[in-house]
Design a protein around this ligand. Structure first.
Ligand code: 5GP
Ligand code: MN
Length: 321
């Protein structure tokens, strides 16, 4: 493994990803957590801790997902802190506290917006589909057990939209094949964690599509959820995945935008591009990040102001095409 020596030398290790973790983030964190526990901790002489909260329910079948913790009261200094799928320290949420105090910091990521300087060592592969793909390359194939393979496969499936986004390369498919050879049940992971939705998730998806608007000459599609509506349907952010993807496949659209209210007047903005517009540029302008075709940021203020500011940015980018 790339950082074999560092892991061997460390007695205490923390692993964390970004807040509101998606499939790639959860898959990478649990893939690495299980890899280190199984291959580097046979005598249990190391303390290996995983920091993650709000893991979507459908991912909880992954081994050791119940070991994730989210408590920062104790004063701690980890020998090694490994950050996954996260392009800046502020995306760690409260885990930033232990990250800052750690003796050594390593990051594995694939976000082009990662500055490459927020950890001591950053393994950054912007052309890889997912952090799970980056991690796979850093691991030894014979040390990857079925639970590790399941976690990595789930991450690749989610960040590639089930192998359909253009970030899916020949290498991605080869890696997925190697993970399948470990015994991964592909359709269980794809159907059970990507396509399956609860009744309420389908209802909220339907509502967002029904209320969506085409703007900027039909080049941008926009939909949003306020706190009031989220409370009415009793949904949390983890219930909203997939809405943006359905908006994006509207014909004629270059960019899909989906916003939801995290706290009063605090919005999470997600964007998807069909290729012509680099949405990571817009996201970075507003303090966020991501990839050319998938990016996001947090925005404070009134919904209409957030939308107007964003549309002005997108209009500017569309005008340059
Ligand atoms: P999503 O729209 O699925 O939340 O995110 C799309 C992509 O943009 C992901 O790669 C995600 O990590 C990145 N992203 C979303 N929100 C933010 C943000 O607030 N800051 C940064 N740096 N990246 C974000
Ligand atoms: Mn990712």
């Amino acid at each position: 493994m790339i950082f074999d020596k560092e892991v061997r030398q460390a007695d205490t290790i923390a692993i964390a990803g970004h807040i509101r973790p998606d499939g790639d983030c959860v898959g990478a964190c649990l893939g690495l957590y299980n890899y280190l526990q199984e291959n580097y901790n046979s005598l249990f002489d190391k303390e290996i801790h995983l920091y993650m909260k709000d893991i979507p329910e459908s991912f909880m079948f992954l081994k050791n997902s119940d070991k994730a913790r989210w408590n920062f009261e104790e004063e701690r200094q980890y020998d090694l802190f490994i950050v996954l799928d996260c392009s800046s320290a502020d995306r760690l949420g409260e885990a930033e506290k232990y990250f800052s105090s750690a003796k050594r910091k390593i990051c594995f990521d694939h976000h082009a917006s990662n500055s490459g300087s927020f950890a001591d060592e950053v393994v950054l592969k912007p052309d890889y589909s997912s952090t799970c793909e980056v991690l796979f390359e850093a691991m030894e194939l014979e040390k990857i057990s079925l639970p590790i393979a399941e976690a990595l496969y789930l991450g690749i499936v989610h960040d590639t939209g089930v192998f359909k986004h253009t970030n899916t390369s020949e290498q991605t498919m080869c890696i997925a094949g190697k993970l399948l050879s470990k015994g991964v049940n592909s359709s269980k992971i794809i159907d059970g964690t990507f396509y399956e939705k609860s009744y309420i998730e389908n209802q909220i998806l339907g509502r967002c599509l029904m209320e969506s608007m085409l703007v900027l000459d039909g080049k941008v599609i926009l939909s949003w959820l306020t706190r009031r509506i989220m409370e009415l349907y009793n949904v949390v952010p983890a219930n909203l995945s997939g809405i943006i993807d359905q908006l994006r496949v509207t014909s004629g659209v270059e960019v899909a935008v989906f916003l939801y209210e995290l706290e009063p007047q605090q919005f999470k903005v997600s964007m998807r591009s069909n290729g012509l517009v680099d949405v990571s540029k817009t996201a970075m302008f507003f303090g966020g990040g991501g990839h050319k075709k998938a990016a996001g940021y947090d925005a404070g203020g009134r919904l209409h102001d957030v939308i107007n500011n964003l549309l002005a940015g997108l209009e500017h980018q569309l005008a340059e095409l």
